[in-house]
Ligand binder design. Sequence first.
Ligand SMILES: *Cc1c(COP(=O)(O)O)cnc(C)c1O
Ligand code: SF4
Length: 346
Amino acid sequence: MIHGSLAPVESVSWQSLLAQSITDPRELLGRLDLEPALLAPALAASADFPLRVPEPYLSRMQPGNPHDPLLRQVLPLGEELQEHPDFILDPLGEQHSNARPGIIHKYHGRLLLIVSGGCAINCRYCFRRHFPYGDNALSTDEWQQALDYIRHDPSIAEVIYSGGDPLAANDKRLAWLTREIADIAHVRRLRVHTRLPVVIPQRVTSALIDALCGTRLPVSMVLHCNHANEIDAQLAQAIATLRRAGILLLNQTVLLKGVNDRIEELLALSETLGDHGVLPYYLHVLDHVKGAQHFHVDDTTARGLAGEMLARLPGFLVPRLVREIAGETSKTPLPPELIRAADHLA
Ligand SMILES: *Cc1c(COP(=O)(O)O)cnc(C)c1O
Ligand code: SF4
């Protein structure tokens, strides 16, 4: 029995929250008391890449504020439809780096396994907006081929569950896959890259923990959290559950104009992650994805922000500022613009 807001977190299944996500811009604007003038552009921009916001994420937005940093990540804007020559459909050339269906193997010793094409939220800045990965899961045969690929390459020490969002897959599939991977002797680590616990903390169940942590493999999880306002009590509880299970928690953030491009916001995010035992890992500059140019922060500004973070935070709470460049052997670091000692502690 569900008793309104007093219901314990576990009483609402993540699947029903996923299914009940808001996809109609009219409803989003109505729920947040926002200007009707935002509707026409929202409808136009969502024709290509639909709106999708789960309820627990919506509940952290401030009503009446069109500049809310969480809203900005999901609200379709007219700017998305402007053409810009530097912002293209496939900036990372990912369409060509698939070694096998379901696998992206670009770096030494680790590869991405596309566990699920679906996501719980549609982030307007995402390169996925032009990849209809859809929900077309691999066939049993394709899964075996992907596992064979890992079996036959002894250099692969780490398998990274990716997507879409890998946690959109059900626990049974994750448990099966994790057991298969743990049976491959040369694999030493399992990593999960996910935004799902951030947008639907109810995704973190004991069945999920069992599915990921039931083997010999040490597990790390890289959350995709972009703003301190995303970390509410429910997410904090989910993070605590993951940590109790022994999962190493990291976070990666995309630097986004109008969302987290002020130093106070980046400091608050790192500090809040630190409060909950999550280490900031990467701060990504935005890929040049068509339709996301209004989120662009130039390199000089990005490097300045990284320098300020270094001057203000303990080293372990400073994420590495990086860019992804097609064809490189790793993410490419951008050097922080260091703050001069004379200006420090002023
Ligand atoms: C980002 C990425 C990884 C992980 O890189 P790390 O530096 O180990 O976090 C692995 N494979 C691909 C294809 C990637 O894009
Ligand atoms: S892949 Fe990540 S950034 Fe892109 S839409 Fe899904 S959750 Fe958002």
